[in-house]
Design a protein around this ligand. Sequence first.
Ligand SMILES: O=C(O)CCC(=O)C(=O)O
Ligand SMILES: [Fe+2]
Length: 342
Amino acid sequence: MNASPIIHPDFLRRGEDLQNLMFALLKGGLNKQARDSLGLAIAKFVNRAAAPALAGADTTISPATKVAVNSLRTQGYAVIDDLLSKADIAEVYEYIKDKKVKFGGFDEVHKPGEAFVEDLPPDARFGHYKTADICRCPAIYRAVNNHELIKLITAYLGAPPTISSVSMWWSFPVELAAAGMQTYHHDRGDFRSCNMFCYLTDVSTTTGPHAFVPQTHEIEILAPLAAQKFGSNPHLHQKFWHWMEQHRKEDDEVQYYFGDAMMEFTGPQGMCFLEDTRGLHKGTAPLSGKRIVFEIVFSTLPKYNERFVPTPRSTLDFPPGIETDNAKIDPLVRYATRLMYS
Ligand SMILES: O=C(O)CCC(=O)C(=O)O
Ligand SMILES: [Fe+2]
């Protein structure tokens, strides 16, 4: 038998090889123009390929949803209401009371581990709940299966989305310098995607606001903006594009190129916004208090670097009024949530 799977007529024809190729393309080697064009082409492909399975799906969108789609297109973000009510948030807090979080893996002195929030080591930057745990929380289930939100994202991406991540985590004020997603970056999880963030604590400028640079998400928006800002100086213009391709950026560099355009999302518990995280963003390291955020990542392709075991809806023991019968769930919702719920 041949030891190497590469020396095989099926190399690059098998699913896993293609996933690896796609993953490699996502993580480097393509410039923004190419990544964004590929994203658009993939969205068209997925839209066509999924169409038969989505026959009968309701994709009509409300005027408010249209406004949000337009804001995402032109600015790269949109603030939305009504995803989690006060009662939902109270339910989430009650639900997570006895759930452990995962911590560590950065430059903390403690080894990575799991603990209740109140028992975390003092230098833990983050505490992440497990997807399998939070997916069983009724309020989270309702948000992940929110038809109007899925329709909004479908309209924005130009394809039915795949929910590739459902997460919730604390960010704590620590003495250590900002790290990981606390420094400016663009996400490289997919060529075309959109994130929903919902704050479960009040978030001020000192308690870890999410920061974003509008209009950096899409080449068709960013290229004219950059030409207008830097076009009169060809050297600076070239330097800018070279810098844009780096995955991570320093705050002062973002300040230098974008200055006043940088924005922070501050607001009360329950505030939700959508963001195309191809644009420059970070979760500012909290200075004076901890922050908890709930996030749903909608992508066009499924996630290639991890596989989550979907929670069977039939095992969810929810109060009446929450639909868990697969036969009664809209085909678009079933498609979008298929990696999380079966
Ligand atoms: O914590 C934040 O606000 C930023 C998170 C982030 O970078 C992401 O989810 O892609
Ligand atoms: Fe990010």
